[in-house]
Design a protein around this ligand. Structure first.
Ligand code: G3I
Ligand code: 9MR
Ligand code: ZN
Length: 472
């Protein structure tokens, strides 16, 4: 890896001085970080499906209502009304599993730093007295509710059979299909619906109760269901989001329902499901870390001291490991393998560090988290700020259909970043001689390095919100 020079670093770069004492929690917020929260949050609004986006709110990314036709339950003559929710990424699929990671991040971000979130994001609900991040999460929750079957099971996704050309949302007109229930989708759904309950209770009691009922219904389905992993049927070429293990989703649901209800039934399930070789990650596939976060910070003091003690000790040990790697890394990051969506994996680690700091106030963890954000905003081998529209240099050609159709990069989107495995033809052709951390290209063709996704933006939003509260 070549070292980066000052000139290559975008102006938004801010230096990390590992020896510097950090201001304490609740210090005055960092204005630079604060200024990114709104555009990064608005990305979710701009990804809204099933409704028209008016130019007053969406500017050049306005469009008529898209994907409003009823969707066919795959291999059947049944049609369902499942419109709404956010387009997942550069494509127009709506997938339950990654959607739930995005919601979990948004709700945890609001819990961790409510004052970072205004009611002024310039979305239709702005000015209604509710933080726009909660309005936005609710838009997705309302769609998720439509994805649940009466027996509690939750359909895995709704997409067309193939990815479309680089067209605007309303131009994707092929038939929509609803794909089978998976237990990963059902567990994640149960978890985020339970997370929603206490947050929306004071805003709209009826909605909050609906979320809790849906969560319990999904949970009861899971209790009697053997694992139902999802695989794309042959002939279907849209995102798969497959997951062979649903134990971590069941654990996350049990933890969140314990927090929502206080019932020991859920806590004993959580305790029985804890570990068993399960990871404590915050990914779309591995959600054990969200279950842990719920038990530690979900609002209700957990009655199982032994379980809480273990989770806390593991979290702090992980944070020590991540800090050490960060301090040894030339770019101040804790990953050494660059998978598709590497920017998400490294921000997930930043989120873990910030959760650990909440468990035990530790400047080392905050410094490491800040170094990760620094990398994202320009302190990386490509010298590019990976958020569209910000920094001296940022992606101009994201693999994002609304941007391609409008001829301009939608602002506030985090791109996937380097993928050392060269998962698309452009990357294979142009990047194969490069070191792992430089396998990124600002090309619309390079979906494995230059696409965007709601569950990448969501963890960025968490890190921004939490760090904005920790001062400069
Ligand atoms: O888990 C294995 C790991 O064990 C192995 O060492 C490593 C190297 O081979 O691969 C890991 O699997 C990777 C997997 O993600 C889990 O991280 C695969 O290589 C990688 O191809 C896969 O990428 C996913 C990609 O879809 C292709 O399925 C991305 O995580 C996921 O974010 C991305 O999501 C797409 C949707 O399908 C469609 N919509 C856009 C969205 C963003 O690009
Ligand atoms: O545009 C698609 C993107 O959203 C996905 O992440 C990616 C991988 O599943 O696939 C993209 O679609 C490509 C397809 O897989 C192969 N033909 C070219 C498509 C890009 O236009
Ligand atoms: Zn749509």
């Amino acid at each position: 890896m070549e070292s980066i020079t000052k000139q290559e670093i975008s102006p938004i770069f801010f230096s990390v001085d590992k020896n510097r004492r950090l201001p304490h929690d609740d210090a005055e917020s960092n204005p630079m970080i604060q200024s990114l929260i709104k555009p990064v949050g608005r990305m979710f609004f701009l990804q809204r499906c099933g409704i028209a986006l008016e130019s007053a709110h969406a500017g050049e990314f306005s469009h008529p209502a898209c994907h409003t036709a009823p969707a066919r339950v795959f291999h059947s003559d049944t049609f369902l009304h499942v419109s709404g929710g956010w387009h997942d990424a550069g494509d127009y699929g709506r997938y339950v599993v990654p959607a739930c990671k995005a919601i979990a991040d948004l709700l945890l971000a609001f819990r961790a730093a409510p004052e970072a979130f205004g009611d002024d994001w310039g979305i239709p609900e702005s000015g209604n007295g509710v933080a726009d991040v909660l309005d936005e999460a609710r838009f997705e929750l309302e769609w998720l509710l439509r994805m649940q079957r009466d027996d509690g099971g939750v359909y895995h996704k709704v997409t067309c059979a193939y990815f479309p050309d680089m067209v605007a949302p309303q131009q994707e007109r092929a038939e929509l299909f609803v794909f089978p229930v998976s237990t990963a989708a059902t567990g994640d759904f149960s978890a985020v619906m339970a997370m929603a309950y206490p947050l929306y209770e004071s805003i709209d009691r009826a909605f909050a109760k609906k979320c809790l009922r849906a969560s319990v219904n999904a949970y009861e389905f899971l209790k009697h269901a053997k694992p139902l992993p999802f695989h794309n049927p042959s002939g279907v070429v849209t995102g798969e989001y497959g997951d062979e293990s649903d134990a971590d989703e069941r654990y996350f649901a049990a933890c969140a329902l314990y927090q929502a209800t206080g019932q020991s039934y859920y806590l004993s399930d959580a305790s029985a499901l804890y570990r068993n070789g399960r990871s404590a990650d915050l990914g779309w596939a591995d959600v054990g870390g969200y279950g842990n976060a719920m038990l530690l910070f979900g609002g209700r003091a957990c009655e199982d001291d032994i379980l809480v003690g273990r989770i806390r000790a593991d979290l702090l040990a992980t944070a020590e490991r991540l800090s050490e790697r960060t301090e040894q890394s030339p770019y101040g990051i804790s990953i050494d393998e660059f998978l598709w969506g590497s920017n998400m994996y490294l921000l997930n680690n930043a989120m873990t560090l910030l959760l650990a700091n909440d468990a035990q106030d530790t400047e080392r963890y905050v410094a490491a988290a800040r170094a990760h954000l620094n990398y994202i905003l320009g302190g990386n081998p490509s010298g590019i700020c990976y958020v569209t529209g910000f920094g001296g240099r940022s992606p101009q050609h994201p693999h994002h259909r609304p941007s391609a159709a409008a001829g301009a990069a939608m602002p506030g989107m985090l791109v996937g970043g380097p993928d050392q495995y060269l998962h698309d033809l452009t990357a294979k052709t142009l990047l194969s001689g490069k070191p792992a951390a430089e396998r990124y290209i600002d090309s619309v063709e390079s979906y494995s390095t230059n696409e965007v996704a709601v569950y990448w933006n969501s963890v960025l939003l968490y890190v921004l919100a939490r760090l904005s509260r920790l001062g400069a």
